[in-house]
Design a protein around this ligand. Sequence first.
Ligand code: DX5
Ligand code: ZN
Length: 218
Amino acid sequence: MLKLAPSILAADFKNLGQQVIDVSLAGAQYIHLDVMDGAFVPSISFGMPVISSLRSCTDRVFDVHMMVEDPGRYISDIRAAGADLICVHAEACTHLDRTVNQIKEAGLKVGVALNPATPLSVLDCILPELDMVLIMSVNPGFGGQKFIPYTLTKIRNLRNLCKERGLDTDIQVDGGVTCDNVRELIDAGANVFVAGSAVFKGDAAANTRDFLKIFEEY
Ligand code: DX5
Ligand code: ZN
């Protein structure tokens, strides 16, 4: 099933609760929450207090993308704030297996994110343990960047790898996703689409519906 995960990083922060309600009512299945620590990535975004205040706005899946060094330190706090799925960067975890298991033991779905230049081979051992792989299609840290074309091949290779290994892993793509390139991403094998600017710049509900209308073609 194809799912839309609007990234609130691009939302109007003075009106955040209403924006989350708007995209939820329009049918977005996930809410993508970008946590940035100013160390793994240059920017600082938001953390637990924001996530927990938004929890009462929607019953949609809270998909927390941790752009944080050593994210294992925060799993129980992020869970308490209301996460359903936690995605950590392979590049930010010295002990990736431990962190993945920490998330699973907390009763949450687990994803691992890869920066554009990180090869799929880092997932060779851990892939069967994962609910989702997040292929970053921009360098993480900022919204509104241009999609990096070579990541399309990476998505295609990952979908083939999953098929060969009999895995039905979700493949999420994050960065520069728009209504204009989403069909290509679907064809390549992604099934969870993060969109920040393409949803929240303008009418967020209408933009959400535009994505979902495209999904209906499949
Ligand atoms: C970037 C974040 C993204 C960001 C995407 O580091 O992980 O989730 O909000 O924004 P757009 O869709 O504008 O590229
Ligand atoms: Zn993200």
